[in-house]
Design a protein around this ligand. Structure first.
Ligand code: GDP
Length: 204
């Protein structure tokens, strides 16, 4: 399995701006700076596709990338077009006090109002399983019965023992999701597993 083509297509903050092609959608969500842009770029094999920013919370639109997933066996080759949907990072409070929200309202609107959403990847930093803000996001998603896969990012920053200990913690803390996958954009660890989940979400 591999991504053979990826192209930025559209940005949206309102429903009437969502693309109308009706392609299946895989969404990516996580705290600002969790490594979401790096993950999308590494999955697609394109460095500059989603921005990797030093300024957390900057990307405040829903961004659609038209990608083609290729499955190749000896006998045949199958190509599936879909959208990767990059949701804005949460947990970056521009306003403090009582205006502080978990995330921009249009994130919730997208998640509950997108009939083509097949699977949502919730990214958590594998070094810090169970951050309050990630658990809040998880509870909201689980309550809304969103098909959910947790990705533990920046796995290369952990040794083998810490990696498996923290993966087990994530599995325990996010029980409604599929078993977590450890990912490293730096080393491309977890890429096959992740693409496999994309494939299953489209075809099962
Ligand atoms: P985003 O805000 O969630 O899109 O996060 P970015 O992709 O911009 O990454 C935030 C920071 O973490 C950047 O400095 C990246 O280079 C770094 N980073 C992201 N993924 C990895 C990874 O897998 N391994 C390591 N070591 N650093 C990473």
């Amino acid at each position: 399995l591999q991504i053979i083509q990826a192209k930025y297509t559209a940005s949206a903050v309102r429903k009437d701006q969502y693309p109308t092609e009706g392609l299946p959608e895989i969404a990516f969500l996580g705290r600002s700076n969790v490594g979401k842009s790096s993950l999308i770029n590494s999955l697609c094999g394109q460095r500059g596709l989603a921005r990797v920013s030093g300024a957390p919370g900057k990307t405040q639109t829903i961004n659609y990338f038209n990608v083609t997933l290729q499955e190749k066996t000896d006998a045949e080759e199958q190509r599936t077009p879909l959208f990767f949907v990059d949701l804005p990072g949460y947990g970056f409070a521009k306003t403090g006090g009582k205006n502080r929200q978990l995330w921009s309202h249009f994130i919730g609107e997208y998640i509950t109002g997108s009939p083509n959403l097949s699977l949502l990847f919730l990214l958590v930093d594998l070094r810090h399983p169970g951050l309050d803000i990630d658990l809040q996001a998880y509870r909201w998603l689980a309550d809304n019965e969103v098909p959910l896969q947790i990705i533990g990012t920046k796995a290369d920053k952990l040794g083998r023992n810490d990696r498996s200990r923290n993966l087990a913690a994530v599995k325990r803390l996010f029980p409604a999701a599929f078993p977590p996958i450890a990912y490293s954009s730096l080393k491309q660890d977890g890429k096959n597993e992740l693409l496999h989940m994309v494939y299953e979400a489209l075809y099962e």
